[in-house]
Structure formats: structure tokens, C-alpha cells
Design a binder for this molecule. Structure first.
Ligand code: HEC
Ligand code: HEC
Length: 337
């Protein structure tokens, strides 16, 4: 932050008068305007204003202004961030990163609260209130007792437990970030999208089918029929294969078209015929020629989508395995219009 700010200020100080002179634009930043930007606090306390606050005062302000989200004791309400606890959890499967367990410097706490909190009403706290709240957060993390008063004078004496785990990478062959040559243009010959999060299955599901389990609509005749003819093991295998499709295609209750058309009732559907989905010209042309999706045509399409329907906009490389193609057809056959 501070480096960025210096550059910014330099730009303001150096460029502004020149620009004003040559182009008649802008004006020099006033000292109080620069001061309003220049609020970063360094680990050694540089940048702190005069002031102080006690744990007890901090508790009062915290309960009033912060507890609604962070809890009275920094335990975090609902899904708002936790501010206390988590000691010794950093190497656990689910580390709890709080100010006490993880943050290296108290200056970051002061800076963050002063700059950004309370959420939605940032920079409404006085400096003394920020000292007091910071003292209270230390207290919540068992780092000071309730008599404690934090001030500019004793600020640098307070150390957070995890400070020493933040250090420059000591490996001799690893340049420090500041020394490494920076690439500023054309750093990569070509940038290619090789996978989409939705297709990789890292996007949370919409809730209609959270387990990826087979969804069978009950109560309508055709489904019952299809189901009776269905090989359950094959359909189950198909449910797994469908994970590769579901980023773009929905099936089941309340379907919507996504990147691809929904696939309810796709077996028996004329290609490219779903109302409300913008197919490629290639796909609608195939439909006009009479292509209907059946186990056979689907098999051929999914083997090599771009060969079976040249210029289709389905960017999917296909399913190599014939078993997978048979399984997905069985799976899809369960979903009727
Ligand atoms: C309306 C809810 C809300 C209120 C009120 C609120 N905060 Fe926050 N706080 C948040 C959210 C949301 C974040 C995470 C912001 C982000 O990550 O960009 C956060 C983050 C923080 C963090 C950093 C936590 C971490 O581990 O990253 C601190 C410290 C903090 N708040 C302190 C306070 C203090 C002190 C107050 C009262 C003066 C306060 N907050 C009031 C919602 C709130
Ligand atoms: C990256 C997104 C994406 C993935 C993944 C994907 N599809 Fe598609 N699919 C599309 C798009 C887009 C279309 C429309 C193609 C067009 O108009 O050319 C389409 C069209 C189809 C059609 C034709 C439907 C119709 O109404 O004519 C079928 C059938 C189909 N996909 C099945 C599948 C199956 C099965 C899978 C998984 C094995 C799959 N797709 C994976 C995007 C995708």
C-alpha cells in the first residue's frame, strides 16, 4: 500500500503542475487531501495518530458497532468473519485464521478497522475508538488483560503470536519479489482458456440436485415407463458422466437453459428445436434436415461433436468411451419434457 501511495503522490506532485501548466487541467493536491489518502500504518507503528483507548472502552464500541456481524466476542455471527480464537489451528485441515492465530502485525488491525470498518460505514470511528477496539480485539484473543490500554506510545511493544511465521523466502535461488525482474508486457505468447470452472465441477450446484444423484421425476406416466425399461446400473454410471455436461446443461425439475439447452426430453427432440435457446445455425440446420436425438445420433454426436455437427457452438471435446456414451443416453432417457 505505502509504496503504491508514494508513487501516487509522486504522480500528483510531479505531474499535476506540469499538466496544469501545459493543458490547463487539474490542480495541485492540497496537503489535507493527500493526508486523507495517506492513512496506512506500518508494522513499526509509523503513521499512527496520537491517541489511546482501553479494553473496556473498546468493548462498548465493539458491542455497539461491530458485534452484530462479528459477535460480542469476535466469534463471528452467521458467516461474517471470526476475529478471535483459532490458536494452533493453522496446520489443521480447517485452519481458523483470526487476528490472534494468523495475522502478523497489530498495525494491520488498526489500519483495517480504521480504513474499512464498520462494514458499510467505513471511517466513521474516531482514532481513540480505533485504539480502544484494537485493544478489545487483543483482549478477545487473550493477548492482554482487561486493564490494558493501547496507545501510540506502547503500540509497537505489542506483538501478535504468528509474526515470526511471516518472513522472506530464505531459499537462495528464489529472488525476493522486490528483486525479481518484472514482466510488464506480452508476458505469455498466447493465453488459452482450457477449462471452465463450471465444467470442472467446482461451481456449487443450484440445489435442485445437490448430490449429483439420479433425479427421477415421479408421478408422470412417461417417466415411470422409461424407468421400467432402464438399466439402473447404467443410468447410475450415466449420472457420473453427466457431471461433464451439467456445467452447460440442466436436467430435472425447474430446468433452465444455461450455456447449453436443457436436456429434459432430449431423446426424441429434433436437433436445435428448443424454444428460447439460441442454437448455432449449424444445429438448427441439422434439425431442419431431420436430425432427431436418439440413443444412436446422440452417441455419434457425443463421440465427436464438431465432426457430427460441424460448427456447432457446443465447446465440448466429446466422450471417448462408448460405455460413457451409452451410460449418458440411459441417464438422459429418464428426463422427459
Ligand atoms: C455489517 C457487518 C459488519 C460490521 C457491522 C462490521 N464488520 Fe468487520 N467485516 C465485515 C466483513 C464482511 C468483513 C470481510 C470484508 C472483506 O473480506 O472484504 C469484515 C472484516 C473485518 C476484519 C478483518 C477480518 C479478517 O480476518 O479478514 C476486521 C478486523 C473487522 N472486520 C473488524 C470490524 C470492527 C472492529 C467493526 C466495528 C467497528 C466491524 N468489523 C464491523 C462485516 C462487518
Ligand atoms: C461447455 C458447454 C457444454 C458442455 C460441457 C456440453 N454441452 Fe451440449 N451443448 C452445448 C451448447 C452450447 C449446445 C448448443 C449447440 C449448438 O447450438 O450448436 C449444446 C447442444 C447439445 C445437444 C443438442 C440439444 C438440442 O436441443 O439440439 C445435446 C444432445 C447435448 N448438447 C448433449 C450434451 C451432453 C450429453 C454433454 C455431456 C456429455 C454435453 N452436451 C456437454 C454446450 C455444452
Amino acid at each position: 500500500m505505502s509504496r503504491f501511495l508514494n508513487v501516487l503522490m509522486l504522480a500528483v506532485l510531479v505531474a499535476a503542475p506540469a499538466a496544469a501548466g501545459q493543458l490547463g487541467l487539474g490542480r495541485e493536491a492540497a496537503p489535507d487531501e493527500i493526508a486523507a489518502w495517506d492513512i496506512d500504518i506500518r508494522p513499526d507503528g509509523a503513521g499512527l495518530p496520537e491517541g489511546s483507548g482501553t479494553v473496556t472502552d473498546g468493548e462498548e464500541v465493539f458491542v455497539e458497532r461491530c458485534a452484530i456481524c462479528h459477535g460480542d466476542f469476535g466469534e463471528g455471527r452467521d458467516r461474517w468473519p471470526v476475529l478471535a480464537g483459532g490458536e494452533g489451528s493453522l496446520t489443521a485441515d480447517r485452519p481458523e485464521k483470526t487476528i490472534g492465530s494468523y495475522w502478523p502485525y497489530l498495525s494491520t488491525v488498526w489500519d483495517y478497522v480504521h480504513r474499512a470498518m464498520p462494514f458499510g460505514d467505513a471511517q466513521s470511528l474516531t482514532d481513540d475508538e480505533v485504539y480502544a477496539i484494537t485493544a478489545y480485539i487483543l483482549y478477545l484473543n487473550d493477548l492482554v488483560d482487561e486493564e490494558f490500554e493501547l496507545s501510540r506510545a506502547n503500540f509497537a511493544e505489542v506483538r501478535l503470536p504468528n509474526e515470526e511465521n511471516f518472513f522472506d523466502d530464505p531459499r537462495p535461488d528464489t529472488p525476493l519479489a522486490a528483486e525479481a525482474p518484472l514482466c510488464m508486457s506480452d508476458c505469455k505468447d498466447e493465453v488459452k482458456i482450457t477449462m471452465r470452472a463450471a465444467v470442472l465441477d467446482v461451481t456449487p450446484e443450484d440445489g435442485s440436485n445437490p448430490t449429483g444423484a439420479v433425479v427421477v421425476e415421479t408421478g408422470t406416466e412417461p417417466v415411470a415407463e422409461a424407468q421400467s425399461a432402464l438399466d439402473p446400473a447404467l443410468a447410475e454410471a450415466g449420472a457420473k458422466v453427466y457431471k461433464k455436461c451439467k456445467g452447460c446443461h440442466q436436467v430435472g425439475e425447474g430446468v433452465k437453459n444455461r450455456a447449453g439447452p436443457h436436456l429434459n426430453g432430449v431423446l426424441g427432440r429434433t436437433a436445435g428445436s428448443l424454444d428460447g435457446f439460441r442454437y448455432s445455425k449449424a444445429m438448427t440446420a441439422k434439425g431442419a434436415e431431420g436430425l432427431v436425438w436418439t440413443a444412436e445420433t446422440l452417441n455419434a454426436f457425443l463421440e465427436k461433436p464438431k465432426s457430427f455437427v460441424p460448427k456447432t457452438k457446443m465447446s465440448f471435446k466429446g466422450l471417448k468411451s462408448a460405455d460413457d456414451r451409452a451410460a449418458i443416453a440411459a441417464y438422459l432417457s429418464q428426463f422427459t419434457e
